[in-house]
Design a protein around this ligand. Structure first.
Ligand code: AMP
Length: 283
């Protein structure tokens, strides 16, 4: 696997290849797990060259402590990427990506007013900007993102449409641990006892989905989920939304939807965990 640490170096390497090679791109923040590797493997199946990036993007963190504590495991990440045949790793220095502070701002409209947008001020501006920069640097044909970050997928979809990127967005399902916990780089920060409790988030999402499928009202479902989380003293509830799958706006009338997304954020001490589940209401 070729590793590049500057925009100039990777651009020079890729330039002669762009006309003949289909490039699949997997942007990440490292501390890789099977969820990331599933994206790389899918990219490998459908492209000539796979580029992964590892960049803990400072501009998308609204909490300095979260940024400082974000796990960094470069040697293990390189070995994992090589194990699934990743061709190129771009892992730039922050000062190479941001030689000067960014002056331009992106605003994704409605999608920024709910959930991650509402609770992490400026987060999607940072995500949008870094992904746009990475798209310009790598010039992929396809870009792979995980449903684990459902709202981020919508932001990237808008970015691609609004800025006319010639890139196909591929969204891959959430990869989970055997006990249901969504894989996340932040899971490494959980203590052993927190790690045992954490799967209750997904269990509560599943139970809430079943309630909705058996005809429960929005309020009943909302109350049920909230109670499940509040019943566990080591959880600190942040949000739970029953959201329109296309816009992620809060659903106000279930009868108008065939599918909804259940989206949540829960803290365990200072570790913030997010998860979501798409519910088919026709079943
Ligand atoms: P991150 O390194 O957390 O920024 O994630 C990089 C990419 O991997 C994003 O598109 C995430 O949505 C995706 N991803 C993270 N966790 C998972 C997971 N458990 N399953 C599938 N994709 C994931």
């Amino acid at each position: 696997m070729q590793i590049f640490r500057t925009q100039t170096a990777i651009k020079e390497y890729l330039r002669p290849l762009l006309s003949t090679q289909k490039i699949g791109f997997v942007p990440t923040m490292g501390a890789l797990h099977e969820g990331h590797l599933a994206l790389v493997s899918e990219a490998k199946r459908h492209n000539d060259l796979v580029v992964a990036s590892i960049f803990v993007n400072p501009t998308q963190f609204n909490n300095a402590n979260d940024l400082a504590k974000y796990p960094r495991t470069e040697d293990a990440d390189v070995a994992m990427l090589e194990s699934v045949g990743c061709d190129i790793l771009f892992t730039p220095y922050p000062e190479d990506m941001y030689p000067q502070p960014v002056r331009t701002a992106l605003n994704f409209g409605e999608v920024e007013t709910v959930m991650e947008g509402a609770f992490r001020q400026g987060h999607f501006n940072g995500v949008g900007m870094v992904v746009a920069k990475l798209f310009h640097i790598v010039k992929p044909n396809k870009a792979y993102f995980g449903q684990k970050d459902l709202q981020q997928c919508l932001v990237i979809k808008q970015l691609i449409q609004d800025y006319s990127f010639d890139i196909k967005l591929v969204i891959m399902p959430t990869i989970r641990e055997a006990d249901g916990l969504a894989m996340s780089s932040r899971n490494r920060r959980l203590s052993a006892t927190q790690r045992q409790t954490a799967p209750k988030i997904y269990a509560a999402l599943q139970q809430t989905a079943q309630l909705l499928q058996s005809g429960a009202s929005l309020q009943t479902a909302q109350d049920f989920y909230t109670q499940q989380i509040l019943a566990e003293p080591t959880f600190r509830f942040e949000y739970f939304e029953i959201a329109n799958l296309d816009t992620l706006a809060t659903v106000t009338d279930l009868a108008q939807h065939q599918q909804v997304a259940l989206c949540t954020a829960v803290f365990m001490d200072e570790v913030r965990l997010i998860d979501n589940l798409i519910v088919d209401l026709r079943k």
